[in-house]
Design a binder for this molecule. Sequence first.
Ligand SMILES: Nc1nc2c(ncn2[C@@H]2O[C@H](COP(=O)(O)OP(=O)(O)O)[C@@H](O)[C@H]2O)c(=O)[nH]1
Ligand SMILES: [Mg+2]
Length: 360
Amino acid sequence: MHFHLVGGFLGSGKTTAIIGAARILMAQDKRVGIVTNDQGKYLVDTAFFRAQDFPTVEVTGGCFCCNYDDLEARLKQLQASTWPDVIFAESVGSCADIVATIVKPFLDLQTAGIPLTSYTVFTDVRLLRRRLSNQPMPFGDDVVYIYDKQIEEAGLLIINKVDLLSAADMQATHALAQTTFPGKALRLQNSRNASDVEHWAQLIETDPTLVPQTSIEIDYNRYGAGEAELAWLDEAITLHTPSRRLRAGIVALVTAIRSTILDQQLPIGHVKFLVETPSHGAKISLPSIEEPGWEQDIPALEGDNARVLINARVQTDAQALRTLVKAAIQQAASTCGGSVTELEVDSFHPGFPRPTHRIS
Ligand SMILES: Nc1nc2c(ncn2[C@@H]2O[C@H](COP(=O)(O)OP(=O)(O)O)[C@@H](O)[C@H]2O)c(=O)[nH]1
Ligand SMILES: [Mg+2]
């Protein structure tokens, strides 16, 4: 069995790559299991993995580091229920210090006998380009500190979304990364491209050198301050619309939430939507740097209502985020002549990171 840890900042493409790799490995007759992780409880990623029939367990209410025992328990559960050949565990995008708090404890203390095989960190190439060429980043300094620390400790750094930069800029960023991180395993990738993801899957399945052994030095006060600057909002609603207006209603919903966040110039970590009707499911993503084409991810929808799960991670105050999303939802419902039932809502700031173990 192989166990691959996958980290990296919010919206960097972790889930996209894991889904692609899991499909490829399943086509090779391997059984694949997934562990998701988040500070919240109602997770778009878990629902999205399960909607595609991947056996998925979750560690909720905090990062892997602060819930090490739960991670081990969930892995044992996955092992006992589905006997996977390969497990991917995706850590929450605001988490750092994984080597000292997960990798080393996993190698030294773990009782489940699961061999940790790789630790990949993803970054959006456009964010990396800004960072390495000293251009302004879309987040505050302590959030950027988390981003830097994630990259520093990667066993393998995937410079992702290369399709969104010109070839010249992409090569320049790669060269800068090679100079800045000498000796680090780096890969340029488009995770929406199956053959690119196949190469990643093959690499982590066969290269034994991708488990980093060196714990980073990290200032937990800055790490905690960075996490506290981010607000989490998880909300489940049912959107009711007049018949044949359901897709337009979903477009209005995403547009209203996006516009209200952008109008207030709040930095987006990642805003995700999972739309479910009896016959369809769709995930819509708004990452930190705008990506065109989210509307194309919404299929034609039948019926007059859909369940929508919203996970918003935004640099602002948690109560303010809740208020503005609520107003945007109401605005979208009235735009399409519909109404909304609120099913669950939770908004908060991540707590101070207190790892279960830390091996320096
Ligand atoms: N253009 C492009 N989009 C990507 C790529 N990888 C991921 N995305 C998109 O980036 C957004 C966030 O991806 P997701 O996998 O949910 O990120 P996560 O938060 O790191 O798990 C989604 O809209 C993806 O479709 C890529 O290589 N190229
Ligand atoms: Mg994800």
